[in-house]
Design a protein around this ligand. Sequence first.
Ligand SMILES: [Zn+2]
Length: 289
Amino acid sequence: MATSSGAPAPRGLLAIFAHPDDESYGAGGVMAMAAGAGNPVWVLCATNGDQGGRPGEVNVDHSLDPEIRRRELACACEALGVAEPIFLGYRDSGMEGWGAPEGSLSLAPVGEAVDRVAEVIRRLRPAVIVTFDPGGVYGHPDHVACSTIATAAYYRTAAEPGGPVALYHQALPKSAIKAMREAMEQERGSQADAAPPSEDDIRQQEAFERLARPDEEITTRVAIGPILERKVAALACHDSQMRGRRWDDPETRAQLERMFGWETFVRVDPPLPPGQTEDRFTALAWPSL
Ligand SMILES: [Zn+2]
């Protein structure tokens, strides 16, 4: 297929996220479904996730061998049935207040980062780009930077022959955050010896609640039940982030089914008419469900 300009038509989906595991949480179901329907699917990961050691702990060294997280993302991509991950190689900025290290994504010159992402888009020619919404779901500095950079790279390449045709922002509705909080409170209530939440956890939960989108702003809700096993398998690959738990434990699994039956997005471009919603990415070929 070619566009009217003679350029090859774009196809498939490119997910652009900040750290290994963002892709599986935010869009793993959509990626697995798109790949299962025969669409090429890629993950572009902006950082190595090298500040992902000892998540949730405060006043500790959070550095982690980047090779561990690169391997975990490769494992997740295999579980989702998508292509091997592509890394931009920026350092992880760490959570807000930790002090971003030199070479981290949140300190990178935006123009240079946009150039690099645009080059990847031109090489792969995806039809659909998925990235974080502007608040980065919970405000992580790398998530916010990733949204800005990927969105700018989309608009630049969408204006070129054969460029991408749709941009989605991964976003959580207020109702999902409320359900998440209730599930966490229930879990904590059932474990008398559970450690209290850390300062980072409390700050993160507050940010989730503040930055969640009103439900009516969510344009695209995709039911991922048919491929939930793949999402669970992909999440289980990110073992360094699990604080000793596993997503495939029966109890954690039940929690996941309550929280993760849907993936939610705002279709940014082309915008849907006001009040209209969709249950899949319309620029992609999908299986009949
Ligand atoms: Zn992240």
